[in-house]
Design a protein around this ligand. Structure first.
Ligand code: G4P
Length: 523
């Protein structure tokens, strides 16, 4: 098979959601579809103490080490499906965001009983920044939730994206009858179990469905569909591909209902790997030379080996185990002999991979997050990974001052690797760390102790809202204090860590001449 054909087969995506919306349950369903697991419930069940395949690093964490995004892949018909896990809950970290730079599309799950929740908004923003296609699965239709129209309106208003319902529910909770498939013009009847009945629209008149179609719930829903057909937005594939319109599916991951329909439609529409921006212009995924970028570095995945694995998103060409590649940042050549695909709790050796695939390679302490690896003569860098403003801040210091040299070395290396962000207090010069989640601190502490032999202490600063100061402006230091802490980032730029929205707004009102920049908004 040619490189082009291999690339066209690949669908690489992530599932994003707020905790408890049903990501684990849906992932499990998809793994069942892909025959990767044998029965539902083998991977799920927080109560039973079992873990989802996608949550396997939780187990590692309990052993005292850190967390990774795992990659699950399976063959589906002719397609090669790659699902990247985006850890949520207390595992939320910059890695979660960075994973979204390595996928070609995203499935956003929304809990129909809750609507849009905070973590969904954060993850959505990152997808929006990258303009990747977003498919929405509104989950838990087997429960009484918000009205479908209200949910669509909420998505449009809160996330500022056009919606196009691919299917439409008839009822919900105990009155749930099934869904209208607008795409394939059929009704999928819910039978209260895993059996779904697919009824083409023209067969709905058959006498056996009389009870169904004469029910008021069915009829009300049928009218809503007619309204959508007449007055709703048109489906626009170009807008979907640009991340401006989201196809919306309704269903229940648990029942399960509508999952197969969703997955078949999604996977047929989801884009294969696209050309990717680099400093030398667009790189085609079927270009014969291998290239890729590192979006994550996982240290100590296996405490017995103390190894580091760099996760690469393959962007072009063919990866072959043992091949030599150049690290564009330094020009140094590495032989990639130890390559692994990190599939849930097992590591399988990978012999070849193509654009869209994720591989883990052994990191001889040479790589950084964002690094580009290239085969052949060309030299370029893939677009820098965006920086994600930290939300949680802590002062950090070595317990033993005599260890300050190792302390500085450890911080310097871990920060450079992208594990955590570093700031310095303008007045005291003390080290301040920033992260998007608590887990990053745990991992940082663990690695400082184990890799650099330094015990550290944290002093909590708490959640803060970062705003950069316009570098052109002169800084009046007397304006700042603990509640609006003036710090420098690694490039020497000044920013202010505001204690809360109130402190930020108060500052803005009283210092209109000070220009504050929100990097997250403008990125
Ligand atoms: P997450 O990974 O996004 O955090 O969500 P997860 O799949 O773990 O689902 C969170 C809870 O919601 C689970 O219940 C799960 O069973 C339930 N759930 C998921 N999809 C559906 C659905 O379509 N309908 C209904 N009614 N519930 C759904 P739990 O009680 O917290 O967990 P468990 O103890 O049952 O495993």
């Amino acid at each position: 098979m040619s490189i082009k054909e291999e690339v066209q087969k690949r669908k690489t995506f992530a599932i994003i959601s707020h905790p408890d919306a049903g990501k684990t349950t849906l992932t499990e369903r998809l793994l069942l579809v892909g025959n990767l697991i044998r029965s539902a419930g083998t991977v799920k069940g927080k109560k039973s103490g079992k873990f989802a395949t996608s949550d396997w690093m939780e187990i590692e964490k309990q052993r005292g080490i850190s967390v990774t995004s795992s990659v699950m892949n399976f063959q589906y018909g002719d397609l090669q499906v790659n699902i990247l896990d985006t850890p949520g809950h207390e595992d939320f970290s910059e890695d979660t965001y960075r994973t979204l730079t390595a996928v070609d599309s995203v499935v956003m799950i929304i809990d129909s009983t809750k609507g849009i929740e905070p973590q969904t908004i954060k993850l959505f923003k990152v997808c929006r920044m990258r303009g990747i296609p977003i498919f929405t699965f509104i989950n838990k239709l087997d429960r009484e939730g918000k009205e479908p129209f209200a949910l669509l309106e909420e998505i449009e208003e809160v996330l500022d994206i056009e919606t196009y319902p691919m299917n439409w529910p008839a009822g919900m909770g105990k009155r749930f009858l099934g869904i209208f498939d607008r795409h394939e013009k059929q009704f999928i009847k819910f039978n209260g179990n895993e059996e779904e009945t697919y009824i083409p629209n023209h067969e709905l008149m058959n006498p056996e469905y009389e009870e169904l179609i004469s029910s008021p719930i069915y009829q009300a829903s049928r009218e809503e569909v007619a309204l959508l057909d007449e007055a709703g937005d048109e489906f626009n594939l170009d807008a979907v591909m640009a991340g401006e319109q989201t196809p919306v599916f309704f269903g229940s991951a648990l029942a399960p209902f509508g999952v197969n329909l969703f997955f078949d439609t999604f996977i047929s529409m989801a884009p294969a790997p696209q050309p990717r921006k680099s400093t030398e212009g667009l790189v085609q995924p079927d270009h014969p030379d291998f290239s890729g970028f590192i979006f994550k570095i996982q240290a100590n995945m296996n405490p017995a080996h103390r190894d580091r694995i760099a996760f690469i998103r393959v962007c072009s060409g063919k990866f072959e185990r043992g091949m030599s590649v150049k690290l564009s940042r330094t020009g140094k050549v590495f032989k990639l002999s130890q390559s692994q695909q990190i599939i849930a709790s097992t590591r399988e050796t990978v012999d070849e991979a193509y654009a869209g695939d994720i591989i883990g390679i052994y990191d001889p302490n040479a790589y950084q997050i964002g690094d580009t690896l290239i085969e052949g003569k060309a030299n370029f860098d893939y677009d820098e990974l965006p920086q994600f403003p930290a939300e949680l801040y802590k002062k950090v210091m070595a317990k033993n001052v005599l260890k300050s040299k190792q302390f500085r070395k450890g911080i310097e290396q871990l920060v450079q690797e992208g594990a955590i962000q570093l700031f310095r207090d303008k007045h005291t010069e003390s080290y301040i760390l920033g992260a998007v989640g608590e887990l990053q601190y745990e991992v940082f502490k663990y690695r400082m102790e184990n890799e650099y032999n330094v015990d550290i202490m944290f002093e909590t600063i708490g959640e803060r809202i970062p705003r950069w100061l316009n570098p052109e402006q002169k800084i009046n230091e007397s304006l700042f204090d603990e509640r609006k802490l003036l710090v420098r980032d690694r490039e020497g730029n000044y920013l202010v860590l505001f204690q809360n929205e109130f402190a930020l707004n108060w500052f803005k009102q009283n210092n209109e001449d000070v220009e504050l920049i929100d990097l997250f908004e403008t990125n």
